[in-house]
Design a protein around this ligand. Structure first.
Ligand code: DON
Length: 320
């Protein structure tokens, strides 16, 4: 029988050979730090505005369960909108496809906290990752529970996903956002005016601000993202179909009006947070968490996006 050169690594002919992940991450950390332009952290949440922007971390869990990392991998940061992935998973478990009557599945092409489409589209947010949509998924998780119990469920989901109980909410960050959360209060009351909140706006928002204030290291976040990889091993928290659908939403909506740019530059699903973190998934292969607090024009991590543009390419990881 003819032999078809079975020894070639899984890269395309002409590509550079796939490097050792440990070396790659160390090199990447050096490259990212060499350029001193760290950018500016989010200013509308005072507790986040105080954070030193000159920080960077990347952690990767591969399908075989190995954890790799470089940079400030033990520093906890505010995961903010990345928790919307976990609350969506819980809300889908709760409401099933009925959730889509309350929130859409289309990219918004607008900033994460925009209100304009909400009026044009009668109080049904475009997708579950913009703030209005995440307030709706939080409202679904809250149904029939006290805020304290809903939060305990969200925190427990994340701890189970990460197999790590040392994950907590930073109450000072939640309080700081509550005191300056005029946009989100406007969004929540607007949703309520269209009958799209089942709980009092203040209760839903209290739950929302607190789950956004969860803190994790990149190592913990990469571990928590394993269930979205759809690889054997690690906790099975969702069906294969739901995993695929969540990844589809992360790709199309996970970076708000920067989602097209992220898909073009990075080529894998990702969810950003205004604390400077990004969780990115290589289906079947890896869960990647990056963090750097300086943001780009879209409110997503500047150096985090840069790192994700470089690293999966070198590994020949793409969904395309
Ligand atoms: O509601 C907010 O504005 C924040 N708690 C979360 C926003 C966020 O992380 C946007 N992502 N880049």
């Amino acid at each position: 029988m003819p032999h078809h050169g079975a020894k070639r690594p899984p890269s395309q002919a002409g590509d550079a050979p796939i490097p050792d992940l440990h070396t790659l991450l160390d090199d990447l950390d050096r490259t990212i730090r060499a350029d001193g332009d760290w950018g500016t952290p989010a200013s509308y949440i005072p507790e986040l505005a105080r954070i030193d922007p000159a920080q960077f971390a990347i952690s990767v869990v591969t399908a075989d369960g190995q954890l790799h990392g470089a940079g400030d991998v033990s520093t906890r940061f505010s995961v903010q909108s990345i928790t919307k992935v976990f609350t969506l998973a819980i809300a889908l478990g709760r409401a099933g496809d009925q959730l889509w009557q309350r929130v859409g599945r289309e990219p918004s092409g607008r900033a994460f906290n925009s209100i304009v489409q909400l009026e044009q589209e009668q109080g049904r947010p475009r997708n579950p990752f913009i703030n209005a949509g995440a307030i709706v998924t939080t409202d679904e998780v809250l149904c029939g529970r006290a805020p304290r119990d809903a939060l305990a469920e969200i925190v427990q989901f994340v701890r189970t996903a990460a197999e790590d109980d040392n994950i907590h909410i930073n109450n000072a960050v939640a309080a700081s956002e509550t005191a300056h959360g005029h946009r989100n209060f406007a969004l929540a009351h607007f949703l309520a005016s269209y009958g799209n909140l089942k709980n009092p706006p203040e209760m839903t928002l209290g739950t929302y601000f607190h789950h956004c204030a969860l803190e994790m290291t990149t190592a913990q976040l990469a571990m928590a993202g394993r269930f979205l990889m759809g690889a054997p091993g690690g906790p099975r928290l969702l069906s294969t179909q739901r995993i695929r659908r969540l990844n589809a939403l992360m790709l199309t909506c996970g970076h708000y009006d920067g989602s097209g740019d992220f898909a073009y530059r990075v080529g894998i699903p990702g969810k950003s947070g205004v604390g400077g973190g990004i969780l990115a998934i290589v289906p079947g292969k890896a869960s990647i968490a990056v963090w750097s607090p300086g943001l780009n024009l879209y409110g997503n991590s500047n150096k985090g996006t840069q790192a994700l543009e470089i690293m999966p390419k070198k590994m020949n990881w793409s969904i395309f």
